[in-house]
Design a protein around this ligand. Structure first.
Ligand SMILES: Nc1nc2c(ncn2[C@@H]2O[C@H](COP(=O)(O)OP(=O)(O)OP(=O)(O)O)[C@@H](O)[C@H]2O)c(=O)[nH]1
Ligand SMILES: [Zn+2]
Length: 365
């Protein structure tokens, strides 16, 4: 059974990047040192070749991840090897930041790609989480990272059926926390909003679902898949006796077109290499800041501060101003860590080069 790669999101532009003597495939899941990929001739379990292993040393972002397009090379011993990760059009990268450290921040400045080549980032936030309502700060953080990925964020407020009244007010709060972003209420349980979410996947678009554990991500993915999953050969991959073995995938091609990537819930997602992401999430505050009397206004106690004025007249929630400051601090901190890491890598590179120069006979007296 052959599989149409264009339904998986393959394009002529990507075809131009494919090295000679390789075949393209899309990563459905990664394991340590190996990946499940979907190629035109079905699903394969492939190990990383030397080139991939080498390029990812000290740079985990270069490792293959779900959603990646990769080049497979056929080896003489009769199997494919993952030879190269093709250039990504988008990548959702989180920073390695943990909470339990001095000042609330720690990390090595390194990132981890959660999904690549995604057109849409579904930010799943439960309307009700145990006893709490939607966490606006978490939405702001995820939307900033979603903007930064190059994909389009869409906020899905999940488990909407848990609300009898007040859902509209909650949605209004969420919309204020993510200006310019589509916000929808979804109930996978009742099947509400699922078709609407599927609408973002028209053509062969890829979406990733991100959100905290228990947000209902897998239930939503199942509901979307309930509209039909594309059969690929490997779903019925024979184990030699014709038994059906379903291979677990995180990248799921839907029968109605498009693909969805499920991710495990992550307790804390740190910012990584943020350029404009935070500014876009806080576009309303950025707009206010442009109207402050002083161009370098710190919005603390300056006269003629439009941000403080908006805070005082109740238009700008105090929470949102705090959240803006917090994410700005984190982005700046992460940038300094990344710079420090890059500097160190550069130094190491020079050390190696100098060593080699000393070793080279040409450089000996
Ligand atoms: N009431 C209600 N419950 C839901 C809905 N969607 C999911 N749930 C429930 O919420 C719980 C968590 O759902 P999951 O889909 O496993 O959540 P998840 O985000 O995938 O969680 P992790 O896999 O831990 O990241 C389950 O008990 C679901 O039955 C919904 O639309 N309404
Ligand atoms: Zn100001």
């Amino acid at each position: 059974m052959s599989f149409d790669l264009f339904l998986l999101g393959w394009t002529d532009l990507r075809a131009a990047e494919l090295p000679a003597d390789t075949v393209p495939a899309r990563v459905a899941r990664v394991d340590r040192g190996a990946a499940e990929v979907i190629a035109a001739d079905g699903q394969h379990h492939v190990k990383y070749g030397a080139r991939v292993r080498r390029s990812s040393v000290g740079d985990p972002v270069a490792l293959p991840c779900v959603g990646d397009w990769v080049a497979l090379r056929w080896l003489p011993e009769g199997r494919y090897e993952l030879d190269e990760v093709l250039p990504r059009t988008t990548a959702f990268v989180r920073g390695g930041v943990s909470r339990d450290s001095v000042g609330g921040l720690s990390g090595d400045g390194q990132g981890q790609v959660l999904a690549a080549n995604v057109d849409v980032v579904f930010v799943a936030e439960p309307s009700m989480h145990s006893t709490d309502f939607a966490d606006l700060g978490r939405i702001e953080r995820l939307v900033a990272l979603a903007w930064e990925s190059g994909g389009t964020p869409v906020v899905l407020v999940t488990k909407a059926d848990l609300f009898e009244s007040g859902l509209e007010e909650l949605l209004a709060d969420v919309r204020a926390a993510a200006p310019g972003v589509d916000v929808h209420a979804v109930s996978s349980l009742r099947g509400e909003g699922v078709t609407l979410a599927a609408g973002y996947l028209h053509g062969s678009r890829t979406a990733v679902v991100l959100g905290p554990s228990g947000a209902g991500k897998s239930t939503l993915v199942n509901a979307l898949a309930g509209l039909g999953v594309m059969e690929t050969q490997q779903v019925r991959a024979a184990d030699g006796r014709g038994r059906h073995t379903t291979v677990h995938r995180e990248l799921i091609p839907l029968a109605g077109g498009g693909l969805i990537i499920d991710t495990p819930g992550i307790r804390r997602i740190g910012l990584y290499d943020i350029g404009e992401g935070v500014d876009l999430v806080f576009a309303d505050i950025e707009e206010l800041a442009r109207r402050c009397r002083f161009a370098d206004c710190g919005h603390v106690s300056e006269p003629g501060c439009a941000v403080l004025a908006s805070l005082e007249n109740g238009e700008l929630p105090e929470r949102r101003l705090q959240s803006w400051r917090k994410l700005q601090r984190e982005a700046a901190w992460m940038a300094s860590r990344t710079d420090a890491r890059l500097r160190k890598e550069q130094q190491n590179k020079w050390k190696i080069i100098h060593k080699e120069m000393r070793r080279s006979p040409r450089n000996r007296p």
